[in-house]
Design a protein. Structure first.
Length: 319
C-alpha cells in the first residue's frame, strides 16, 4: 500500500543535513542576528549557545528544564521553562535581555478569575506575532501527577503583560508546537496526543485584532504516525514541521511517518520532506544571513541544512 509520507522526497536543491553539535536531548533552537544559535538541552537542564564560529558554550544552567525558545522584535530571548526529564522544572515563561543580562518572569501562574492562580503544567513552545503578542503552549507530557490544572491549553500574553487562555480541550487535545504569521492573522498549532487514537494534527486558526482564535480547521493529519513537534513558517506561508519517527515508542504511534522536516502549504499540500537521520525530531529555526539556513534539533543532535525560501520570524526580518 502506498504511503504519501514515505514516498515524499526532499524539494529540489535541498542539500543533505549536517550535524553541527551533539548533546543529550536537544530542543527549542532560536537564531540570533549575530549568528549564534541558542537551543535547549532539556535532560541536563541547560540552554546552550552555538556561536557563528562553531564554538559551543553553556548559556544558562540550570535552565528550569527549558524547552522552546524564540526571539521577540527587540532581540530578547523568550523561554518556555517546562517540567520534563526530571525535577527542577520552572513551569513558567521567562525572558532574557541579552544586552543587559536581565532575566524576568513573564508568567508562572494562571487563573481566569485572577484569585486562585495555579502553576502551569509544562510550557512547551512559544512564538511572537508581528504586533508583539506572545503565544505559548502548555501541555503535560511528563509526570502528570504534578498538574495543578486539568486543562492543557494555548495562552496569549498581551503587550500589557496580561495573560489569556485562548484554546483548550475539547477543541484540542494536547498542544505542542506553535507558529503565528507575522501579519498576526493566522495561528498554527501542533496537536500531538501520545495515546492510541489521539490527535496527530496540525490546526489552523484565524486571529482577530485582539489575538483571539476562531475558525478551526485541519491543515494536515499525520494519522497513526508520530505527528508534529515543533513548527515554523517561511515568508511564503509554508509550514516546516518536525515530525515522524523510525522506531515507534509504543502502540500509540507507527513508523508510517518517517523522521524529517515536512514542508506543507497553508492549504495542506505536501510539498516535500527533508530527511533527518535521527529520532526523536523535535524542533527547528530559520537562520543565517539570508534566513535560508535551517537549524534542526533531533535526538541528541543539532543539524543544519539550506532551503530555498527564507523564514518568517519576528527577529531578525529577512522579508
Amino acid at each position: 500500500m502506498s504511503n504519501r509520507f514515505c514516498e515524499l522526497t526532499a524539494p529540489d536543491g535541498v542539500p543533505s543535513v549536517t550535524a553541527a553539535t551533539a548533546l543529550a536531548f536537544t530542543e527549542g533552537p532560536a537564531y540570533d542576528a549575530d549568528g549564534s544559535v541558542y537551543f535547549s538541552d532539556i535532560e541536563n537542564s541547560r540552554i546552550m549557545k552555538l556561536a557563528s564560529d562553531g564554538t559551543r558554550s553553556v548559556f544558562r544552567e540550570p535552565s528550569g528544564r527549558t524547552n522552546g525558545n524564540t526571539f521577540d522584535q527587540q532581540g530578547r530571548l523568550l523561554h518556555c521553562e517546562g517540567a520534563e526529564f526530571g525535577p527542577g522544572g520552572g513551569r513558567r515563561v521567562t525572558r532574557t535581555n541579552l544586552e543587559t543580562g536581565e532575566y524576568e518572569v513573564l508568567t508562572d501562574r494562571y487563573d481566569p478569575e485572577r484569585d486562585n492562580a495555579v502553576r502551569y503544567n509544562s510550557p512547551n513552545d512559544i512564538c511572537v506575532a508581528g504586533e508583539g503578542r506572545i503565544y505559548f503552549t502548555d501541555p503535560c507530557y511528563g509526570d502528570r501527577s504534578l498538574m495543578e490544572m486539568e486543562i492543557e491549553g494555548v495562552y496569549r500574553i498581551d503587550l500589557d503583560g496580561s495573560v489569556t487562555r485562548i484554546l483548550q480541550q475539547p477543541d484540542i487535545q494536547r498542544p505542542n508546537g506553535i507558529a503565528v504569521t507575522q501579519d498576526s492573522k493566522l495561528l498554527y498549532l501542533v496537536d500531538s496526543c501520545p495515546t492510541v487514537g489521539g490527535n496527530r494534527k496540525i490546526w489552523c486558526f484565524d486571529l482577530d485584532e485582539f489575538g483571539n482564535a476562531s475558525n478551526q480547521r485541519v491543515v494536515i493529519d499525520f494519522a497513526t504516525g508520530r505527528g508534529g513537534d515543533g513548527m515554523r513558517l517561511d515568508i511564503e506561508g509554508n509550514l516546516y514541521i518536525a515530525a515522524g519517527i523510525s522506531s515507534p515508542r509504543g502502540p500509540h504511534e507507527s513508523n508510517e511517518v518517517p523522521p524529517g522536516i515536512y514542508i506543507v502549504s497553508p492549504a495542506g499540500e505536501l510539498k516535500g520532506r527533508i530527511p533527518i537521520p535521527e529520532d526523536v525530531l523535535t524542533n527547528l529555526a530559520f537562520g543565517g544571513e539570508d534566513g535560508r539556513t535551517l537549524y534542526i534539533t533531533a535526538g541528541k543532535t543539532l543539524f543544519t541544512t539550506r532551503v530555498a525560501v527564507p523564514g518568517q520570524v519576528a527577529y531578525p526580518n529577512w522579508s
